[in-house]
Design a binder for this molecule. Structure first.
Ligand code: NDP
Length: 326
């Protein structure tokens, strides 16, 4: 434990589009936000090659470049952006307490959680190699599907996400092959039926990925194995999509905040409020439905405005700013 305890008005945890947008709004509202970046500064977008669906970038922008721009914009209004990982919190009483790297203790008037979610991958070496190269592995069909127009792709998974994403890809791609490890879908009947009824989706049940194949730069195919017959097949594709679920990065809040069965933070509908006063949530940590940079940014704005109003209600010397409403 540190000797000196720092006090902050607004602590933001996470450095994706939600966290930086919350920071821009909080800084412009004189809340002097301190933002901790976490272990993956820039968040999930730093693993995305090209972002073409964020408004305001008509020519597209790479994920890492966009995150640098967002950080600069937050810093322009004097957000204190710091390296560091929040390892523990205590929201049982005011002030809310957080610990950075298990040592530094901070007491916060408000906390905005923007810790995001992490897409699950199979963990194959070849999958990770092409993911890092930006060479054809993706966990987001809505983000990356467009780059595979008229190509053939595979998608792994059998839940609602996999079905929804397979259907989305089928409208762009020549052919989508779904790799389902069991002999049945986990998805709801209606979603499963939709993919079954789509002409250019082929479903391979009892099929697992052995290796993502490539030329050292980009994906050229996938080798799969039927787990009943052990027959191996190579499927030539340029895109390897993984839709086997996400894990929200919310473990440290368990016990304080209301979480759903998967671990997503439950917010008060239509707001960024959690069940704890003064603690707000934005982005994918509370969103298993949309999971887009632009929706994360939107909820980051909501979280900062909710925090600002909450502070003003607690502290008569703190006034709601006008700058965010211009
Ligand atoms: P789920 O956890 O529901 O499904 C994950 C799927 O991935 C399962 O079919 C699972 O297979 C498969 N899987 C997991 N690990 C592997 C692996 N190593 N190899 C191959 N396959 C694997 O996640 P979703 O993201 O699909 O959905 C999360 C939640 O969001 C659900 O509650 C879902 O209903 C909801 N959702 C709702 C939507 C809607 O209503 N429009 C859209 C998207 C999601 P197995 O079945 O064999 O375990």
């Amino acid at each position: 434990m540190s000797d000196t305890i720092e006090k902050v008005k607004c602590l933001i945890i996470g450095s994706g589009p939600a966290g930086y947008t919350a920071a821009i709004y909080a800084a412009r509202a004189n809340m002097a936000p301190v933002l901790y970046q976490g272990t993956q500064p820039g968040g999930q977008l730093t693993t995305t090659n090209e972002v073409e669906n964020f408004p305001g970038y008509p020519d597209g922008i790479t994920g890492p470049a966009m995150m640098i721009e967002l950080q600069k914009q937050a810093e322009r209004f004097e957000t204190d952006v710091r390296d560091g990982w929040i390892t523990k919190v205590d929201f049982s009483e005011k002030p809310h307490k957080v610990w950075v790297n298990s040592t530094k203790e901070i007491h916060c008037d408000t906390v905005i959680i923007s810790t995001g979610a992490t897409a699950k991958y199979l963990g194959l070496e070849s999958e990770q190699k092409y993911l890092k190269l930006g060479g054809g592995v993706s966990a987001c069909a809505v983000c990356d599907g467009f780059f595979y127009r008229n190509h053939e792709v595979v998608i792994v998974g059998a839940g609602d996400s996999a079905c929804e994403e397979a259907h989305y890809l089928s409208k762009l791609c020549k052919k989508v092959t779904m790799l389902v490890r069991k002999d049945e879908f986990r998805a709801s009947k209606i979603m499963a039926q939709r993919v079954k009824n789509t002409e250019n989706i082929e479903i391979l049940f009892n099929t697992e990925t052995e290796e993502v194949l490539g030329d050292g730069q980009v994906v050229t195919g996938v080798r799969v194995i039927n787990n009943k017959t052990y027959e191996k097949t190579e499927i030539p594709v340029t895109g390897f999509f993984v839709a086997i679920g996400h894990k929200p990065n919310t473990d440290i809040f368990n016990g304080f905040l209301k979480l759903d069965e998967t671990g997503y933070i439950i917010n008060e509908p239509g707001t960024a409020k959690t069940n704890i006063e003064g603690v707000f949530v934005s982005g994918d940590a509370a969103d298993h439905v949309y999971r887009q940079a632009v929706t994360a940014a939107g909820t980051g704005c909501m979280a900062a405005l909710d925090a600002e109003r909450w502070l003003a209600a607690q502290d008569s010397t703190f006034e709601v700013s006008t700058s965010n409403y211009n």
